[in-house]
Write a protein of this length. Structure first.
Lengths: 642, 253
């Protein structure tokens, strides 16, 4: 029993009310608008939630109705979500990058009654499919820009008007809101979170108030946060990772959530805020690492010299820090010196100086990246969990960061490995099931355990090790097992490689398609006077292929088993992209789809007589237009691999 | 009553007539486009309105005020501002500074106030910054606020150029080929901004543009110039069917 367990008795709106009583004047939310950070205190937060809640009630949203949210991260999104929770309605997040057809499908499946959009871009998508979504009675928007012509249609409502309706309701019956909030119970469903959809249409996972609050309480049990701590909200709200922080952690601890000015400014706003903790998918950490790498590369000789020396010291020191072993005095002094001279100024440039802990989740991160971040003094730790268990169930502990594992269970989480190697978990954060999919729910929650679909084991230190998706593990035609994700991560640690797709299931050897990193390889080419135009052009340069050959040879030299070695590869002419359906919204490869789409390349990879092949590359742009370009693609055989 | 009344304007350089007897009426709140082949006199027309050239003959009235012989800063003070085809920005200054600088005529405080930066000076500076931030928000330039203009891509610089014209809070905005040299995506972006400038901010837009698709899509009225003469005018549909215009653009059959 911890000091925060009493929080589990509340629903999210009730907990918000409790926070208002505790610290009414402390900033709860902050948003950069017109170049200035504006704060909402807990009191303001609650006022806005009340206005929104009663406004939603006035436009006809009832208990157990669903409201979908398609929006960039802005405070209004939380007002709408928690406003809906206050009247017993259920919120659901949809990714801002979703296409209209996908939005229609989701709105139909979740039987959505109202939609909140941040701007005209999202409103237009909903408008596009209006005839397919007769259940949607209202579309609420935040930014009135470009909406003038829609205003005659009472399907739309400006959030300011919704606030006014809420105010009017409140004036009419001042006790109404409080009594509605009182009716909420911790085990009521409050949000529908879409799973990432690696295998088909996403499922709507039902989340309860308690799921989120328990998650927030348990994680801060291990890694405490102060109410004065700052968090920058830049993950998509539709992803469980953002809800964990805005519903779970923020409510459980009273930290301040900061909203960037726009998606494009998130990184510079991060620098201005200097958050104390941060959460992100591996991609974010890969990008920041590349950024540091570029910054140093462009710096003058003394900086480079110091960095190159002290990063080695840092990596050595990280080895001790991560395992909690005491450091020799000499190394301690050198590491302190390096931190003061070069590391601190460097991470201050990126805004990570105040960071106490950074978490990565959603997919695996290369082990070398952990060491790198620990070396620059960023306490990066792996967390692991599914949407169905509110995103997190396992986590590294400070001083016990083992890159090859995902750490130990959170307090209150039980872990079991099934006979077939599947990871099973149980906790108060496990979702009651999927929306309107009783069979799938029963399957996932069979025997009262959450079935992760991932294969794993518990190592000698009590850490959980995740191998790969059960369904993704591959066997070559000699029945030797390997994990494609593991090899892809090994490749992706090279700064020159953005993405890789490993093949080799029921084949003689392992082969892969590689996406070069346009920024890093672009800079590399520039430095060598290699001229190029587009990504496609850069990828087809023989010099770049040589560079990639070095990277693959390096990965092969570290391969633990002979059959892990990559024998053939090709450089893909375009970046794998969410818009083309090749990646999920959280950046995971949709393996089956990618294999089908690049079937001709796959065949050529396994036909060793082919050195080049003519292909038609099709592109889809964000606005839905597509284009076809003819190009030739080269295939390379790696020496020394069987 | 037309906002801007151009009557019988002729502009000659020695023996060359860049414009001859041009009549145009720019109605308030609309997007009026001026199109025509290269060298037809489109930019010369804008130069006459904005005071860079003065017509050899004829008159230009803005709300009944005559600006035929007004200088560029007088025209700008009247509420007509212009974004140039070839960028005219300070490439060594940040986006924010470029925009703030354009508001210099609104900085009405004394030297002493400026030295100590108290009272009026700090208030006026804050007001100006607030106004400029509104434009930055409107043109979606937040990520570039503190970047040097010279380091930005051409497409973004064009947006800054339009933003700078907007910081003067004009009644009429003259846009000289805002989409030249842009890719499809950047063009679509600028079109949206031009339409928002008209609809959201209620500014009258005069657009000189080569991309006929864009012009036909967004204009309320079009004037077609050829060899310095107006050869057709009207709504996009009318202009598209005008035989003289077709001849000027695709030649005689």
């Amino acid at each position: 029993m911890s000091k925060n367990d009493h929080l589990l008795e509340y629903s999210i709106p009730q907990l918000l009310r409790w926070r208002v009583k505790e610290t009414p004047k402390r900033p709860a939310l902050r948003e950069k608008d017109f170049g200035i950070w504006n704060a909402y205190t807990w009191e303001d937060y609650y006022d806005h939630v009340r206005k929104t809640a009663l406004g939603l009630k006035a436009v006809g949203l009832k208990k157990e109705d669903t409201i979908a949210i398609i929006s960039d991260n802005i405070p209004e999104l939380l007002f709408v979500a928690i406003g809906a929770h206050s009247i017993g309605a259920i919120s659901a997040g949809i990714y801002q990058t979703s296409m209209p057809a996908e939005i229609a499908q989701i709105l139909q499946y979740l039987k959505v009654k109202a939609v909140f959009c941040d701007n005209q871009e999202q409103v237009d998508k909903v408008l596009d499919v209006r005839d397919q979504i007769p259940n949607v009675r209202k579309v609420i928007f935040e930014d009135p820009r470009g909406m003038r012509e829609y205003m005659s249609d009472d399907w739309f409502i400006d959030i300011q008007d919704l606030y006014k309706m809420g105010e009017k309701e409140h004036a009419r019956d001042p006790d109404l809101f409080e009594s509605l909030v009182d009716q909420g119970k911790p085990d009521d469903p409050c949000h529908l979170c879409l799973t990432s959809g690696t295998t088909g249409l996403p499922k709507g996972t039902i989340m309860t108030h308690k799921n989120y609050i328990n998650m927030g309480v348990q994680i801060t049990e291990v890694d405490p946060l102060e109410p004065t701590d700052e968090y920058v909200s830049f993950l998509p709200f539709a992803w469980i990772g953002e809800q964990m922080n805005s519903f779970g952690v923020a409510m459980a601890t009273g930290i301040t959530i900061n909203f960037p000015e726009s998606v494009e400014t998130a990184m510079s706003d991060l620098k201005e805020i200097g958050p104390h903790f941060m959460f992100g998918a591996p991609r974010i950490y890969e990008t920041i690492r590349s950024e540091i790498w570029l910054k140093i590369d462009q710096s003058y000789w003394l900086n480079k010299l110091l960095y190159n020396y002290f990063i080695k010291v840092g990596i050595k020191a990280a080895g001790f820090n991560m395992t909690g072993k005491p450091m020799p005095l000499g190394l301690k002094i050198k590491s302190w010196l390096g931190t003061q001279m070069i590391i601190r100024p460097l991470i201050n440039q990126i805004g990570l100086m105040r960071l106490r802990r950074a978490y990565t989740g959603g997919a695996a991160l290369g082990p070398e990246l952990f060491t790198f971040y620990q070396a620059i003094g960023v306490n990066l730790k792996q967390i692991y969990g599914q949407t169905e268990i509110t995103g997190i169930a396992y986590m590294h502990r400070d001083g016990d960061v083992r890159p090859e594992t995902v750490g130990k269970p959170l307090p209150g989480t039980e872990c079991k490995i099934a006979d077939d190697g599947e990871i099973l978990s149980k906790s108060a954060s496990v979702s009651p099931g999927y929306y309107d999919l009783p069979e799938k729910s029963a399957e996932a929650l069979e025997g009262g355990w959450l079935h992760s679909g991932d294969a794993g084991f518990i190592d000698d230190n009590g850490h959980l090790v995740v191998i790969d998706r059960l369904s993704d593990v591959m066997h070559n035609n000699r029945e030797e097992m390997f994990s494609p994700m593991f090899l892809e991560n090994a490749l992706k640690f090279s700064p020159y490689i953005k993405e890789a797709v490993i093949y080799g299931d029921k084949e003689d050897f392992v082969a892969c398609l590689i996406n070069i990193d346009p920024i890093v390889v672009g800079k590399w080419a520039e430095d060598r006077g290699i001229s190029f135009t587009t990504y496609m052009d850069l990828s087809s340069k023989p010099e770049v292929a040589e560079l990639m050959m070095e990277q693959v040879l390096d990965v092969n030299s570290r391969a633990e088993k002979e059959h892990f070695k990559i024998k053939r590869f090709a450089l893909l002419y375009k970046l794998l992209d969410v818009d083309d359906g090749e990646l999920t919204k959280t950046g995971k490869i949709r393996r089956k789809f990618v294999q089908e789409r690049y079937q001709n390349l796959y065949e050529a990879l396994y036909d060793e007589s082919i050195n080049t092949k003519e292909v038609e590359a099709s592109f889809q742009y964000q606005d839905g237009q597509s284009n076809i370009v003819k190009t030739s693609i080269a295939f390379y055989t790696v020496k020394g691999a069987k | 009553m037309a906002h801007l009344n151009i009557s019988n304007v002729t502009l000659s350089f020695g023996g060359l007539k860049a414009l001859s007897n041009v009549d145009m009426k720019i109605e308030p709140g609309l997007i009026t486009s001026i199109i025509g082949p290269n060298g037809a006199g489109k930019t010369s027309m804008l130069n006459c309105v904005s005071g860079f050239y003065h017509p050899t003959k004829g008159d230009i009235f803005y709300k009944e005020k005559k600006l035929t012989h007004a200088s560029p800063h007088q025209v700008s003070n009247m509420g007509i501002s212009r974004a140039f085809q070839n960028l005219e920005l300070f490439s060594g200054l940040s986006v924010l500074d470029n925009l703030l600088l354009a508001r210099h005529q609104n900085l009405k405080y004394s030297f002493l106030h400026a030295v100590f930066f108290y009272g009026k000076a700090s208030r006026i500076e804050a007001e100006n910054r607030g106004f400029v931030e509104g434009i930055i928000d409107f043109m979606e330039l937040e990520p570039y606020r503190k970047s040097l203009v010279g380091n930005l891509s051409y497409g973004v610089q064009k947006k800054v150029e339009v933003a700078r014209a907007l910081t003067l809070a004009p009644d009429i905005l003259l846009l000289d080929e805002p989409m030249a040299g842009m890719n499809q995506e950047e063009k679509e972006d600028i079109v949206r901004f031009v339409m928002d400038i008209q609809k959201e901010r209620g500014i009258t837009v005069v657009l000189v543009e080569h991309d006929l698709g864009v012009v036909m899509d967004i204009s309320d009225k079009i004037y077609v110039l050829d060899f310095g003469e107006v050869i057709g005018s009207g709504t996009p549909e009318e202009v598209a069917q005008n035989p003289k215009v077709i001849e000027a653009y695709i030649g005689e059959e």
